[in-house]
Design a protein around this ligand. Sequence first.
Ligand SMILES: [Zn+2]
Ligand SMILES: [Zn+2]
Length: 352
Amino acid sequence: MKAAVFLGPGRIEVTDIPVPEVGPGDVLVEVRAASICGTDLRIMKHGHFRIPEGTRRVLGHELTGRIVEAGADVRGFAVGDRVSVAPNVGCGVCAMCRRGLNQLCPTYDAFGITLNGGFEEYMLVPAVAIERGNLFHVPDAVGDEIAAIMEPMSCCLHGQRKVEVSPEDSVLIIGAGPIGCFHTVLAKRAGARQVIVANTRQPRLDIAGRLGADHLINVSEQDLHEEVMALTGGEGVDVVITCVSKPDVIASTTDLAGRLGRINVFSGLGDQARPAIDVNALHYQEQTLTGTTGSSVTDYGDVIGIIAESDVDLTPIITARFALDDIEAAMEHSRSGVGMKSLITFDRGGAR
Ligand SMILES: [Zn+2]
Ligand SMILES: [Zn+2]
């Protein structure tokens, strides 16, 4: 079968590898769509500490497909089922896993990092992932392309749960890439009374607008602080979510939030300098500064339900589709920041 194999930083090869052997507790998924994530791009650039040099790994942790083979011991899933996976498989016994926070498990396994992921024709879901609840049915109401982008949305749900977005809230989302757009949809769904989205690029802002943002701020033309104060009667917003990896943006959040403001640092900074945070704002305005990473199996399951029942069409978030052979072009499209999500789609005419 065809697979895009990561060989080390900057090196990926589309090649033939054997179809995985299916053990008694495993299922084999015929991948229908797999989405490219910033994490894939970071691994392509820098590698990953959980992928030792010399490993041949198939990346891709945002995917959906159909079960084409199920081991004799598998319960609850059968050949023909449409499925997707929550990528982080916790150990099941550590303090984080016991709290249901499998994404914080220090010894997690993950599709696309320690297990082969979705940039291949057939992906093995091992028994342990099924036992830990990482395999999900995809409802009929959710098409393959949308099912392939549920994972990043589940991370956004996890982030909004941390800052408890509610109908009382004015929410500022900084960044209108795919993540900012998912946050927009979720904040509106939570009933936030005002959702403000800021970005440097108008096309991205326009997509956030189509997905329900109440106010768009183009920060290449407008002053973010001034606009936010104008929109909030000088009070600042109740919630700020950062979806851009810029230290100065993260430093500015305490000025953009008002009294009791809750801030979620949703974007990591990699090896960039850490911003100075105005701790006096935290103190005198009783603000709360939080961060989140990834999502739990619970968040993932919940987001499937949210998407299935939602009227919001998420397809504007997908701006390009590529064949597996063209994965490097797909990654380049994602990297460019011109479009939004790039999908790898599979022509299912061929043989295994
Ligand atoms: Zn991702
Ligand atoms: Zn664990």
